[in-house]
Design a protein around this ligand. Structure first.
Ligand code: FES
Length: 384
């Protein structure tokens, strides 16, 4: 191609040799001409270098990046070492526990805010505020020829050079600190959950395999307790407390918890503890289909199913007496209470776990043992 050819906006096309010879300023100018851009004004914001005002502006920008960095570090440290384990109201450490989520939100938010303010301030204070006029153009989807690529790269380099970031080591260091802390936080978020081994105690009530209904020792009686909203009010249920067609949410109670305010309130907060106790109407009880291996899990017309939905774990709080359906309000899964709570509508694919129950010598409804499968949604290691 000869140097006389034109390539848009009446600009002469330089030869490849001429293009290779051009320095950054010439390429920037050429790129502007090719795009029909006329640089009207390109002032250096700090024409006199090293003034006190310039240093002050630089320190101000660095301050925001430093704030972002410190907040990012605080986020990572808090994410790992803050006391995040649940503390019931009144227990020691409740206050710190209650601040865990706000602390994560504030520190991560401050990190992002600090970075954003730093970048904005830097752009405002140090990047030349050019005034340019561009004619609109369209290359009709013909791709970018070599000349466009080179001039665009030159433009980007020019912007970096004119921003003077290269010679502002304080800003560069603080940006690196803030970016590093944010990166550490982003890595820490998914990694932190692996710090605690979920399989460390596979047989305890805190493992994924068991619930608060697990007996602490052989022969322990775990009663069904009515939810009254008051942790120190213990109301145990007898069969006659439920009318036919009724449903009641119950929690486990063990005599060893009596008088222990902490334990009594903690059980209400356990997500795997609530159970739906359903008393079927006699005519419905005749039509029940029991699950293989769980034929004796009910007590007459009384059936107990976990309230933790097998889809993603919302509370399946609604029982429709006429149809004997249990409904989960989150994604509208429905379970058939007459058919071992198997799903009949919606995204859930597994039946609600059934708690084996009976009535003890004193006439109270009690759990015969823990659930025989994990309650709630699936996880990798789960087999059923
Ligand atoms: S959590 Fe119950 S349907 Fe999704």
């Amino acid at each position: 191609m000869s140097s006389e050819d034109t390539v848009g906006h009446g600009v002469s096309q330089p030869s490849d040799a001429e293009l290779a010879e051009m320095d950054r300023d010439q390429l920037v100018k050429l790129g502007g001409q090719l795009d029909g851009v006329e640089l009207v004004d390109y002032p250096d914001p700090w024409p006199v270098k090293g003034t006190r005002a310039e240093k002050r502006a630089e320190r101000f920008v660095a301050l925001w990046f430093t704030i972002a960095g410190l907040a990012g570090l605080a986020f990572v440290v808090g994410l790992i070492w803050w006391p995040w384990q649940y503390r019931a109201p009144g227990q020691s450490g409740t206050f710190l526990y209650s601040l865990y989520t706000p602390m994560l939100g504030v520190t991560l938010g401050l990190t992002i805010l600090g970075l954003a303010v730093g970048v904005l301030l830097y752009t405002k204070k140090f990047v030349p505020n050019e005034l340019a006029i561009q004619q609109r153009s369209d290359n009709q989807g013909n791709g970018s020829p070599e000349i466009d690529k080179k001039t665009i790269v030159a433009h980007l380099e020019d912007a970096a050079v004119r921003s003077t970031i290269g010679r502002r080591s304080l800003v560069k260091r603080s940006v690196g600190f803030a970016g590093g802390a944010l990166g550490l936080g982003l890595i820490g978020l998914p990694v932190a959950s692996f710090i605690k081994d979920p399989w460390k105690d596979s047989n305890g009530p805190d493992s994924l395999w068991h619930t608060a209904w697990q007996k602490k020792f052989p022969g322990e009686v775990v009663y069904m307790r009515r939810y009254t909203g008051k942790s120190d009010e213990i109301v145990l249920l007898r069969p006659e407390d439920l009318d036919a067609g009724a449903m009641e949410t119950v929690f486990p109670f063990r005599e060893s918890d009596r008088g222990d305010a902490e334990a009594l309130s903690a059980v209400f907060m356990r997500s795997d503890a609530p159970v739906m106790l359903i008393r079927l109407r006699p005519e419905d009880a005749q039509r029940v289909v029991k699950r293989k291996g769980q034929e004796d899990f009910n007590f007459g017309e009384y059936y107990a199913y976990t309230k933790v939905c097998s889809h993603v774990g919302c509370p399946t709080s609604l029982y429709e007496q006429q149809t004997n359906r249990i409904l989960c309000p989150c994604h509208q899964s429905q379970f058939d209470a007459l058919h071992y709570a198997k799903p009949i509508f919606g995204p859930a694919t597994r039946a609600l776990a059934q708690l084996p129950i009976t009535v003890n010598d004193e006439g109270y409804l009690v759990a015969r043992g823990d659930f025989i499968e994990p309650v709630g949604p699936a996880f990798w290691e789960r087999k059923s």
